[in-house]
Design a protein around this ligand. Structure first.
Ligand SMILES: [Zn+2]
Length: 245
């Protein structure tokens, strides 16, 4: 019986770890009704819960839960003393509201702080089950029991898993492209090495008829000028020299 009980606990904890991000140390939010049942069945919460989970736990309650016990006086004096052993979370409810409303406000908005709820309050239990991802603890047959996840929690976990598995828009577009245009060729074309002389080096110079003729004429002119300037002058000089001699 004990082995079955621990196996069940491990299975449920694994579910919440995988699907809703719960982790050690588990934070357990406890109200006065749970403490009252623990006293009646002589269950020591601080001792039993870590043994049941086989891991560290963080036990806490709220200001409103302790205020509710205080308001009921001697009727809930015992549970109040038990609650005061745990960490009392500030809630800001002024004046204090009922423990049930206070605890519900903690687990709303997707139970961001990953609280487990330990209560014997049936109304609170029913209200909590409308929110996915909130593990419930109760006392029955002198033992603490972790309730199996609700269908709502299971459905929510499946939806989250499906959304993670669903292909992204880019993947869908990529797939459609492949279907329409086929697989892209990834082969790289090798560059062919050119052999022999670089054809660019053999390229004829561009002829610019007008400009080229002008350059040629200029050269001719220079040559002629030189001949004219040097030839006859030297001959004349030679002749005059001969005459003078
Ligand atoms: Zn409160």
């Amino acid at each position: 019986m004990k082995v079955k009980r621990y196996k069940h606990c491990r299975k449920v904890l694994t579910f919440y770890q995988k699907n809703f991000g719960f982790n050690v140390p588990y934070k357990v939010l406890i109200d006065g009704t749970f403490c009252k049942a623990a006293l009646n069945f002589k269950v020591n919460i601080s001792e039993q819960l870590p043994k049941y989970f086989k891991s560290e736990v963080q036990l806490c309650t709220t200001e409103c839960a302790t205020a509710e016990c205080e308001a009921l006086g001697t009727l809930l004096y015992g549970p109040l003393k038990v609650l005061q052993q745990f960490e009392i979370l500030r809630c800001g409810h002024r004046p204090p509201t009922t423990a049930a409303k206070c605890m519900l406000s903690r687990i709303k908005k997707n139970n961001v702080h990953k609280f487990m709820l330990a209560t014997q309050d049936e109304e609170l239990t029913t209200a909590v089950k409308k929110h996915p991802g909130v593990p419930l603890l109760y006392i029955a047959y002198n033992t603490i029991t972790l309730e199996a996840p609700t269908d709502f929690s299971k459905q929510s976990a499946n939806e989250q898993l499906n959304s993670k598995m669903a292909p992204s828009e880019y993947e869908i577009i990529g797939k459609l492209k492949k279907e329409m245009f086929g697989e892209e060729e990834i082969t790289k074309k090798k560059k062919k090495k050119r052999k022999g002389v670089n054809p660019l080096s053999c390229k004829k110079k561009k002829t610019r008829p007008g400009l080229d003729n002008a350059v040629k004429n200029k050269k001719k002119c220079r040559k002629r000028k030189r001949l004219k300037a040097t030839g006859p002058i030297t001959e004349q000089l030679l002749q005059s020299l001969r005459k003078s001699v």
